[in-house]
Design a protein around this ligand. Sequence first.
Ligand code: IPE
Ligand code: MG
Length: 227
Amino acid sequence: MDGNGRWAKRRFLPRYIGHQKARTAVRKVVAHCAKLGVKALTLYAFSTENWKRPADEVSKLMSLFLDALQREVSKLHKNNVRLRIIGDRAGFSEKIQQHIEQAEALTQNNTGLALNVAANYGGRWDIVEAVKAWQLTHPEQDIALLTPDALAPHLALAELPEPDLMIRTGGEQRMSNFMIWQMAYAEFYFTERLWPDFDEADLEQAMVSYQQRERRFGRTSEQVAKC
Ligand code: IPE
Ligand code: MG
């Protein structure tokens, strides 16, 4: 969800106003995904590298995160959304951690959209944590025997299918450490639209682009045509 700062700057407003406006876009996209029957949506809200931002911006982002946890969760629950937060939550305040736990517990049995928010998340962190978890659960095994298939169940969101489509707003064309393992075969869609302006029509445009892709997963086009 990139482009909040630029959205605000273009209006001669402080950057945090852009982060505030981002919430409207999140609401729209979550509701539209639920309506369209999307099974899982993962939003990259705060990376392990975002702590490097100026302290006042980090603190504004933390306040907004807490406020969203306090004010949005009951509505998500009513809409049958299952909310999960992925990332190293130990980096957050006790209060935020408590709200994360409450939100996840409240919505854990919901059967609608699986909504994941990546916060203090990094793909490299995710992979290292998975290796540690593998070793803990297989103390008797030699690490030389570790395979991609053996590691995969220990990564964040392993119980969900791997992402089909990655949308990045704000014009930059990179992954910025987002689910780098899980997106090995995701289709990428980049748009100049700044996140606070992203709406239902933009989401549908990304989906239409996705529908035109041929997913080969390493095979040839001829092989794919036969399946
Ligand atoms: C994305 O918007 C939000 C976060 C990373 C928290 P930015 O804050 O990166 O917005 P730009 O890229 O400066 O416009
Ligand atoms: Mg940015």
